[in-house]
Design a protein around this ligand. Structure first.
Ligand SMILES: [Zn+2]
Length: 327
């Protein structure tokens, strides 16, 4: 295959919606009405359904959809020593949530996601992406009752995330994504993100990715490229124009995850809209540099909406790819 035919690989950012039976079971588990084993069985069933769907439509790099996780930060905090979960904290008016809290020296007593990754990978010949929440985001979304400095907390978390990344690689993961959505609101701390990511990715041979979204990344470009990963995944469907224009002056030197559908609308984009978004990427980037995906995790959509958006992405990619090969 030539460079064009190999390019524009498709994937997902990470989370996918949980089917109703799993949402129901998670609520039952919270009330202690079913066992963890019963819940895990249903999480495996949902994982299998999502992997099969991605295979059917031809996604290149599949995800497990995070069927077994709740909140992306709390999930890791609950599995680390030295971290706990606070009582209810108020956010956005009348919404309450539980916030992780650092209470002691942070350690990872055992691998957290590795068995789930192995299960997902056993279901498919396609590469399954390993998915981790980054140290900066875990720290930024937690209280600190122990370290006393943001940097110390972030760097302690970087060490445990590095251990998890290495175990995933050891298990066979070819793609490792370390999500750092908190960066977008704190671009003044990009140096700390770079420093901590260097710890996480040091010594890894896997293709490393970080996902960030909804920030004014053009303001920190090209410094953004100093994050030590192979690929940066960004939402580009409804924004990113100013950032793209910067690529003209200073070429984007990494692979890019290029979001081409909005994850916040029920509306399903047309194939033509998505093709237009893919072509925007190709004005500035080579096809082999570009990975096509939704703007962000699809877990807030319904199962049917998420499937329709992923199908649209796949069809748009296939059409653009064959147009490129013919050209
Ligand atoms: Zn996101």
């Amino acid at each position: 295959m030539n460079e064009t035919a190999q390019g524009l690989r498709t994937t997902s950012v990470g989370s996918l919606p949980k089917p109703d039976y799993l949402l129901h079971a998670r609520a039952q588990r919270a009330r202690n009405e079913i066992s963890q084993e019963e819940l895990d069985e249903l999480s495996r069933r949902a994982t299998q359904e999502w992997i099969r769907f991605q295979e059917e439509i031809g996604v290149d790099i599949v995800v497990d959809g995070e069927m077994y996780r709740g909140d992306m930060v709390a999930y890791f905090a609950e599995n680390l020593e030295g971290m706990g979960i606070s009582g209810l904290v108020r956010s956005y008016g009348n919404r309450y949530y539980k916030k992780p809290i650092a209470t002691g020296d942070i350690r990872r007593p055992a691998p957290i996601t590795v068995d789930w990754w192995k299960f997902a990978q056993s279901l498919t010949e396609k590469p399954v992406k390993g998915m981790l929440t980054g140290p900066y985001t875990i720290a930024d979304w937690s209280f600190d009752n122990h370290y006393g400095s943001r940097r110390d907390l972030v760097m302690a978390l970087a060490e445990v995330v590095r251990q998890e990344a290495q175990d995933l690689e050891q298990a066979g993961a070819e793609y490792l994504q370390i999500d750092e959505p908190a960066v977008s609101t704190r671009l003044d701390e990009l140096d700390l993100v770079i420093e901590s990511m260097a710890v996480v990715t040091s010594g890894l041979r896997a293709h490393t990715i970080t996902h960030m979204c909804y920030g004014r990344f053009e303001e920190v470009y090209p410094r953004l490229l100093d994050i030590p990963v192979d690929q940066i995944d960004l939402e580009m469907a409804n924004s990113g124009l100013e950032l793209l224009e910067k690529f003209g002056a200073h070429p984007f030197t990494k692979a890019i995850g290029f979001g081409v559908v909005d994850v916040h609308t029920h509306k399903i984009e047309s194939v033509d809209e998505v093709k237009k978004n893919i072509r925007r990427a190709l004005d500035y980037l080579r096809p082999d540099q570009v990975f096509i995906d939704p703007d962000c995790g699809l877990k807030t959509r319904t199962v049917d909406e998420a499937k329709a958006k992923l199908r649209t992405i796949q069809q748009a990619r296939d059409e653009v790819r064959s147009e490129l090969v013919r050209a």
